[in-house]
Design a binder for this molecule. Structure first.
Ligand SMILES: *[C@@H]1O[C@H](CO)[C@@H](O)[C@H](O)[C@H]1NC(C)=O
Length: 261
């Protein structure tokens, strides 16, 4: 975080309101648009809440500051008041471009990590109900809007038009992992996703005073975002130790047992 005194006034409100997500800053120059040169989402004060614009500006500001002042203290930023918050917010345009997509698989923890300490019975491990919903819960409205726009964009493309997203009807929640004495296991979900690479370009007017950080600021801030759109998944038993499951974090209490060992 920046010292409060160094933040332009319009940004301060959102700094206090927003939980700024820690994404690594990127200094990448504009690249050739490879997918579509039309934005899939455009955000201005005419279409969205001013507070949202302010939050996005603040995030850009923080990243920009990190980029240009890695060797300097952020205290060097001018403390001058911005003369026109309104002009800054109202002339900011944030555009999201779909650059590329690919198929990926992801692994999620779908239950606690369990060890069986009972030498007479096997213990039963089952998936956490609705884990496929829980892992995708988000309150990030832009992420949700981007997901919807990407889906719409893909549906226009012959290769992807039959793609079904969030197709989890076939997830088998009745699976049971039977764990023998001193064995360790966890239910996992393997998910197939389409990963979309999004380029976000923030056009920042002079009124926002970014050039007080660096006088030759060119008025644009770039960021690459990945959005994963779930297609489907499978639940399976992962036996033995893993990166998310070991003796130290395993649960043995409240076990359900059946089948003598
Ligand atoms: C999941 O979706 C992929 C890509 O559409 C497909 O190839 C695969 O057969 C599907 N798998 C399941 C388990 O439905």
């Amino acid at each position: 975080m920046l010292p409060i005194g160094s933040i332009p006034s319009f940004l301060l409100v959102s700094a206090l309101l927003s939980l700024v997500l820690a994404t690594p800053p990127s200094s990448n120059p504009p690249r050739q648009l490879s997918w579509y040169d039309k934005p899939i989402l455009e955000i201005t004060s005419r279409t969205h809440d001013r507070r949202l614009i302010s939050q996005l500006l603040y995030k850009s500001y923080e990243e920009y500051l990190t980029l240009v002042s890695s060797n300097r203290s952020p205290m060097h930023v001018s403390n001058d008041k911005i003369n026109s918050d309104r002009e800054c917010i109202e002339n900011t345009v944030i555009r999201y471009f779909l650059k590329d997509i690919k198929y990926i698989t992801k692994q999620y923890e779908a239950s606690e990590c369990r060890i069986n300490t009972n030498n007479k019975y096997k213990s039963v491990l089952q998936p956490t109900p609705n884990i496929h919903v829980l892992v995708h819960e988000t309150s990030d409205t832009i992420q949700k809007q981007l997901e919807t726009k990407i889906e719409l964009e893909l549906q226009k493309n012959d290769k992807f038009k039959d793609t079904k997203f969030y197709n989890f009807e076939n997830l088998d929640y009745s699976i049971e992992c039977l764990i023998g004495y001193q064995e360790i296991a966890q239910v996992k979900m393997e998910e197939n996703d389409i990963e979309a690479m999004i380029e976000k370009i923030v056009e920042i007017p002079d009124a926002c005073s970014f050039q007080k950080v660096k006088h030759d600021f060119d008025g644009k801030h770039y960021e690459t975002i990945k959005i994963d759109l779930p297609l489907n998944g499978t639940l399976y038993c992962r036996r033995g130790r893993s990166s998310t499951c070991n003796r130290a974090n395993s649960e043995y209490k409240n076990s359900r047992f059946k089948v003598p060992i």
